[in-house]
Design a protein around this ligand. Structure first.
Ligand code: HT7
Ligand code: ZN
Length: 851
């Protein structure tokens, strides 16, 4: 297949004044009639009338009431049309029941449902399915089903959406659904009916999502001045869904796992995701819907910005530092990994074969970091003024990154051309920092390097905001957070320590660099273990306190993994880290959620990358063993304080999902994990038996499965087998937490379990994701883990290419490993590449990974 290129953009030949759709729903033979008012686009250069369409059975087509016979191909149709306004009418037939790809109109548990982003509308009817063609839609739904929904406001079974929108925001739902309803009054006094539609029986699990929705609506008014603009806002929960949720205008459709929650069935993490995703989709109403993307290369314009907005919201609703650390953990785990491998791409890609493959951590999360850096450079007030200008100037338009940046250049009277490189250069920049003392002067040198990535051997210097502070050896802060602009390969900074020290230069000074993780870079700073311990104890920046603990733990683990753990120097280092953690934990004024993060060990994947960065070849089994062993040793070393936390933080049976209570449970369960070993599971057994909420029950179960307690896994299955969302957790944890020697067998057994409904993306992701999340099992030297995943990707590709392609990134790190594992991973990729009928989605991923 030929790639689509950003450089080839041309506007569509026609504009649309109105769209009228009539659906006559039938499981295998749905009829869709369309009536579209077209008008020549004066900005177009090519007059061809091409409408996208895939898998459609064209019944009839008319122009201005006269039958026409268009030329139909696999991708759409071309028709001769007047060089003047005209009305296009067509009728097509489609088969929602046969649609297992879950794009276009499909069925899930007897309910009709759509997913049109990015290019799914062309599977519903013939249309210019591109985001820069915007139109008001009217939709009639003919069906006996009790609930029929579409975008906009309703008049009986007809829906009218007055706001012009691209086809990717179209949605239709019909089914036997019940609503959890509420109302919201906007800042200017308009009443909005709010409904969350679910399957009967699930209506008592919607309260938290509804609360999150109302808080999001208010937050967007106060923080961005954005009000809701229809008289109804509907959310629908669906079990079969390719991603998390979709922001269709006035009718958000959600994966049910991001809507439904009760204390017994959802974890604190689930609650936090529900809050963030409800907010994210709601915020798209302005950043994505009212102002959309000109083409799919501009995806980060709506996604990066909306992720940034949902992260701000979660930071305001919960603890901002804890949220920031969580976001950075996620960024490093997913985006840095992507940026370091064969799938590295720009925040604004320049070509694609299948756009669904570019809904990535780079577009979303690095895209959000870019917005955060813009705000750091400009400050909160100019950032808000720039957003205001963007909303006012571009309402109702399909825009580009250039349109967005121009608003900030204008309000701040600044030139953002170098900053714009963040959109066009892939790879994670490396920032190195070194310093030296010269009497009372501190010379601090920063330098940057952007690594080569596929197709981009040479890079220009990035514009990197480095927020830094200085601490004296006694822990006092002598320089508060200060923004430095690293916009060239090197930056030399000079500090007068006497001045900063109030007349006396401190004996020792420790820089606190990249505070709050002010840029998405890898920082290489020559900090000693003592300096890091000082930052852990005294830094005023919570992110860097956490970062100090993390790097101390990582160094200790990498030394042990690479066989240097027994040297006297390393033994002393371990003792020192343990006592630094001990001192830190003893500070009872700290937020328990923050302590839990400090005590959480780097993941196996994180350690694998650290070993690679040290120039060595990782052995996943050794990494897992060392990590488990060191966790047990830290648990033993901190036994008293951890036991005290465990006992003191028991919140009792009354569960509330707020951040404070969740933080207490997080610390308590971190203590449980550190205190437990396969030889000592008593605490976990007691917690498992007594748990009254899913957070505590699942935390205990994970420890027990790791300790090979199969009875616990069976008891959990017996208790929850009727609850599909809880069973997804069971499938995942049964494999992810299993001892490495057992996990593959468990995965194979579970793939034959009667509840393994593999066509359901959540279930598929649970089982396969569970194995991939257990690196020692996935990377088994026999290659059996790779073969298992490859077999299932090939099978899933035949039903649902999008889901198969997303899971295939399990293989993106093949270059990290030894020659034998590399050969086995490549063999698996080659087997996928040559599978008969391979989709464009999976085909593109495999060929990019193969390199
Ligand atoms: N804008 C949406 C992205 C999306 C999607 C969602 C569900 C299923 C398939 C999808 N393809 C693309 C989700 C979001 O970022 O808000
Ligand atoms: Zn989004």
């Amino acid at each position: 297949p030929q790639p689509t290129r950003l450089a080839d953009y041309t506007p569509f030949s026609f504009e649309i004044d109105s769209v009228e759709l009539t659906f006559t729903l039938h499981p295998t033979a749905t009829r869709v009639r369309s009536k579209i008012a077209f008008r020549p686009n004066p900005a177009a250069t090519d007059p061809t009338f091409f409408l996208h369409g895939e898998g459609l059975n064209l019944i009839s087509a008319h122009i201005d009431g006269t039958p026409v016979t268009p030329r139909v191909t696999d991708t759409g149709l071309i028709c001769a049309v007047p060089d003047a306004p005209f009305t296009w009418e067509a009728e097509v037939q489609i088969n929602p029941q046969a649609n297992t790809a879950l794009e276009g109109l499909y069925m899930s548990n007897g309910m009709y449902c759509t997913q049109c982003e990015a290019e799914g509308f062309r599977k519903i009817t013939y249309y210019p399915d591109r985001p820069d063609v915007m139109a008001p839609f009217t939709v009639h739904i003919d069906s006996d089903l009790p609930v029929k929904l579409s975008n906009g406001n309703a008049d009986g079974d007809t829906w009218h959406d007055p706001w012009p929108k691209p086809a990717y925001l179209f949605a239709l739902v019909a089914g036997d659904l019940v609503a959890h309803s509420d109302t919201f009054t906007t800042a200017s006094g308009a009443d909005v009916a709010l409904n969350i539609w679910v399957r009967p029986g699930d209506e008592d699990k919607c309260a938290y999502a509804m609360d999150a929705l109302k808080r999001s609506m208010r937050w967007d008014e106060t923080e961005y001045g954005r009000e809701y603009d229809l008289s109804v806002f509907n959310i629908v929960a669906v079990d079969d869904f390719n991603m998390g949720a979709m922001e269709n205008k006035g009718l958000n459709i959600f994966n049910s796992k991001y809507v439904l929650a009760s204390p017994e069935t959802a974890t604190d993490r689930d609650y936090a995701f529900i809050e963030a995703i409800v907010a994210h989709e709601y915020f798209h109403n302005w950043t994505g819907n009212r102002i959309t993307c000109r083409d799919w290369f501009q995806l980060c314009l709506k996604e990066g910005l909306t992720v940034f907005r949902d992260q701000q919201f979660s930071g305001d609703m919960r603890s901002a530092p804890v949220e920031r650390i969580g976001n950075v953990l996620q960024l490093r785990a997913r985006q840095f990994r992507e940026d370091a491998g064969p799938l590295a791409h720009n925040v604004r890609p320049e070509s694609y074969i299948e756009i669904n493959n570019f809904y990535t951590a780079t577009v979303y999360e690095k895209g959000a970091e870019v917005i955060g850096m813009l705000r750091t450079y400009l400050g909160a007030d100019l950032y808000r003024a720039g957003c205001e200008l963007y909303f006012n100037r571009h309402d109702g338009q399909a825009c580009t990154i250039e349109d967005w940046l121009a608003c900030f250049e204008e309000v701040a009277a600044t030139d953002l051309s170098q900053f714009k490189r963040w959109y066009s250069q892939a790879g994670t920049p490396k920032v190195s920092a070194s310093w030296r003392r010269d009497g009372d002067t501190l010379h601090l040198s920063l330098s940057q390097e952007v690594p080569p990535t596929p197709g981009q051997p040479m890079k220009e210097p990035a514009k990197i905001p480095v927020v830094l502070g200085l601490l004296a050896g006694d822990g006092t802060e002598i320089l508060p957070s200060t923004l430095m602009d690293l916009d060239s390969p090197n930056l030399d900074l000079v500090f007068d320590l006497k001045d900063l020290g109030g007349g006396t230069a401190p004996d020792h000074v420790v820089p606190s660099l990249l505070r709050g993780f002010s840029a998405p870079v890898v920082l290489d700073a020559a900090l000693s273990a003592q300096d890091r311990a000082l930052l852990l104890a005294h830094d005023t920046d919570p992110f860097n306190r956490w970062e100090a603990a993390r790097s101390l733990l990582r160094e200790v683990l990498v030394a042990e993994i690479t066989g240097q753990g027994t040297s006297p120097e390393q033994v002393a280092r371990r003792d020192m880290v343990l006592s630094a953690l001990q001192d830190f934990c003893t500070d009872e004024s700290l937020d328990p959620a923050f302590i839990a993060l400090v005590l959480t060990f780097p993941s196996e994947d994180d350690l694998t990358q650290a070993v690679v960065d040290a120039g060595l070849v990782p052995d996943p089994l050794i990494i897992a063993q060392v990590r488990d062993g060191r966790m047990a040793a830290v648990g033993d070393g901190l036994k008293d304080i951890l036991t005290r936390y465990y006992l003191d933080l028991d919140p009792g049976p009354d569960y509330t999902p707020d951040a404070d209570s969740a933080g207490k449970r997080a610390l308590r369960n971190t203590a449980l994990m550190l205190l437990s070993t396969p030889q000592d599971l008593a605490l976990a057994r007691a917690q498992f038996a007594d748990a009254t909420n899913m957070t505590d029950q699942l935390a205990a179960l994970s420890v027990l499965i790791k300790g090979d307690d199969r009875e616990a896994a069976q008891a959990f299955e017996a208790q929850w087998r009727e609850d599909r969302l809880v069973m997804d957790k069971w499938f995942m944890i049964s494999v992810a937490s299993a001892p490495a020697s057992e996990a593959l067998q468990v995965a194979q057994d579970l793939s034959r379990h009667t509840l393994f409904d593999w066509k359901n993306p959540n279930r598929f992701r649970s089982l396969l994701g569970g194995l991939i999340a257990n690196p020692a099992a996935f990377h088994d030297p026999s290659g059996a883990g790779y073969a298992f995943v490859a077999d299932w990707l090939i099978k899933m590709d035949g039903a649902n290419p999008q889901t198969a392609a997303r899971m295939s990134t399990a293989f993106e790190t093949w270059r990290r490993y030894d020659a034998d594992r590399q050969a086995l991973m490549l063999e698996a990729l080659d087997r996928i590449a040559t599978a008969p009928g391979l989709s464009r989605d999976l085909g593109e991923m495999v060929s990019r990974m193969r390199g």
